[in-house]
Design a protein around this ligand. Structure first.
Ligand code: ACM
Length: 590
């Protein structure tokens, strides 16, 4: 019995009875837990139309006037990190939390316990807050909510429960980013990686280099579907966030226990930056922001000037974002233009590198050192893993699991993000109605079966020596937006699969394979309890039976890949992902 909670808690013990929260119910909190108590109080007040009464920081359960708090948030350091215990009984609601993260998690659980109505912004009770209706009849004041008696103990399986949101390929207005952060928090995800820059757009204002957004934040038009179809929409697309927009997103996320990790992708995926400042590029020739998808050969000139430029950029990034981590990209870096440039080949030799391709790792290592000198840690995609990479850099393994396992064995902390399972832009069904079907077929059940470190690899990492091994921080789902051009398309791709991913990240390890008892139970719980929450929130998720007619994209071509064939060819390492000379999505010539 789980009370229909998603993700499923470690333990749930229901009991008969309910607690009623009514206008004037008192909420007390230890000072350290104030942000979580405040967030919960505000969403509850809005959703149910009732005013709760917060006690000042740290006021005891009994205040001087003798008021008894109905809801108490208290620190219990005996609980595991980020853990909590939630008790709803005749005494009221008590949240005991190891720390603020634990209190945020408990607050989300409390919201779910209150039913789908808790996911609305205003009460739907048939009253108007006490005002008479037009018929002149008075209506009762809104606002009571009932919570079932229950005891829940909980803590997360992984510390990094991430989701990447690509706002570079298609800009997502700030309001939609805030909403996405809120939805991530609702699933107890605690990292949102904002992919802020790519070939097709640069989205963060950089005061020192204004052309990055003046030029780099818009493009003439966008590809429609796979680039192979050669179809464009002819419509300008653009948008960017100011420093204050991003500070607001960071603060909003912090209020929900979510860390926003910014990503500035270098030295590949930089065409928008090169469009703004051609001297950064290898060719130094002006060109427009890229309008098609796929991997560009235009990468940074790995020069001292480029390094200085991106150190400046990162200084502004570090000023705006407070996350302990900053992602530097490092994926999909064709070295063709470097090889063709004698000066760059000579530079690699002068630096003592064996091959011009090693400039990739060299360049990222220099920027990672800069990030480290400012007290933060860099995160890179797995192509950047190699001997040159400083040990404190976190490796995000996207081309499969093996690079992540190798990085773990080499002492790096790792986030598993394999495209074979947790790329949520990939198609969720193989029916003819699936909109823009790209990538592997990854159903809800496939995502639920995700295991960040499958047994065989875990053994291999252990054999490599526990002393040297880094930590598996957790996992990250990716929402790339080449084919998600609006928040409605993001909703469709992300939900409900992100709920499945969140449960894998949060709940204790289990056999979640397709067809397992856990998988069947999850699907039933999702459909009975969780989809109504998403409905109440206003999430346009993919219905279990397939897309609504308006969610289809007739005539827009995707590029489906065959996971079984690719895994057979490459094993767990997979052959997905881009390697020089091979196309990312076909494995064929680029
Ligand atoms: C990636 O998908 N290139 C990280």
């Amino acid at each position: 019995m789980s009370q229909g909670l998603v993700p499923r808690p470690v333990s749930v013990t229901p009991a008969p009875g309910v607690v009623v929260l009514a206008p004037g119910s008192v909420v007390a909190h230890d000072p350290a837990l104030r942000p979580a108590a405040r967030w919960w109080r505000r969403v509850t007040e809005d959703a149910f139309g009732l005013d709760l009464v917060p006690l000042p920081d740290g006021a005891a359960a009994h205040d001087p006037t003798g008021t008894t708090a109905t809801v108490r948030f208290a620190v219990d350091r005996d609980l595991p990190p980020s853990g909590c215990r939630l008790t709803v009984d005749d005494a009221g609601v008590r949240v005991d939390a190891a720390d603020l993260d634990g209190a945020h998690a408990a607050a989300q659980t409390l919201r779910q316990l209150a039913g789908p109505a808790a996911f609305r912004r205003a009460p739907v009770g048939r009253d108007h807050g006490g005002r008479p209706w037009t018929d002149g009849q008075p209506r009762p004041v809104a606002g009571a909510l009932t919570l079932p008696h229950v005891t829940i103990t909980d803590h997360p399986r992984f510390a990094w429960r991430g989701v990447l949101l690509d706002v570079a390929r298609h800009f997502l207005p700030k309001a939609d980013v805030l909403r996405f952060v809120d939805l991530a928090a609702a699933h107890k995800l605690n990292v949102v990686q904002l992919h802020l820059t790519d070939d097709q757009g640069w989205r963060m204002e950089i005061e020192r280099y204004p052309r990055l957004t003046e030029v780099g934040a818009w493009r003439r038009e966008s590809g429609v579907g796979t680039w192979r179809a050669g179809v464009s929409d002819g419509r300008p697309h653009g948008g960017s966030y100011t420093h204050d927009d991003l500070r607001e997103i960071v603060a909003y996320a912090r209020e929900r226990g979510v860390t926003v990790v910014p990503e500035i992708d270098v030295p590949g995926h930089v065409e928008a930056a090169v469009a703004a400042y051609p001297e950064l590029g290898t060719r130094k020739t002006p060109h427009a922001v890229r309008t098609t998808w796929g991997v560009s050969t235009e990468v940074l000139d790995p020069s001292e000037e480029s390094l200085a430029f991106f150190r400046d950029v990162l200084d502004e990034v570090l000023d705006v974002f407070d996350a302990p981590f900053v992602a530097l990209g490092g994926d999909e870096v064709p070295t063709t233009l470097w090889r063709d440039d004698p000066a760059i080949v000579a530079r690699a030799a002068t630096l003592g590198l064996d091959d011009v391709a090693d400039l990739h790792g060299w360049f990222l290592a220099r920027l990672a050192e800069h990030v480290a000198s400012r007290g933060r840690r860099a995160v890179v995609w797995d192509e950047a893993f190699g001997p040159a990479l400083p040990r404190d850099v976190v490796v995000a393994s996207w081309r499969g699991w093996a690079a992540g396992a190798d990085a773990l064995a080499a002492g790096h902390d790792v986030v598993m993000a394999p495209e074979q399972v947790v790329y949520l832009d990939h198609r969720e069904g193989d029916g003819p109605d699936e909109p823009v079907p790209v990538g592997f077929l990854r159903t809800l059940e496939d995502v639920y079966a995700f295991e960040p470190l499958p047994g065989g690899l875990a053994d291999a990492v252990a054999r490599a020596g526990a002393a040297a091994s880094g930590a598996l921080l957790g996992g990250q789902a990716q929402v790339w937006t080449e084919h998600l051009d609006s928040v409605r398309r993001v909703d469709y791709a992300a939900f409900p699969r992100l709920a499945a991913f969140a449960e894998v990240m949060w709940s204790p390890a289990a056999d979640r394979s397709v067809g397992s008892a856990a998988s069947l139970e999850f699907r039933a719980r999702l459909e009975t309890h969780h989809l109504p929450r998403l409905d109440a929130y206003g999430v346009e998720y993919r219905p279990p039976s397939g897309p609504h007619p308006w969610q289809t994209r007739p005539g827009v071509h995707g590029w489906p890949r065959d996971l079984a064939a690719e895994l057979a060819a490459g094993g767990l390492r997979g052959v997905g992902g881009w390697v020089e000379g091979r196309d990312r999505h076909t494995g064929g010539p680029a």
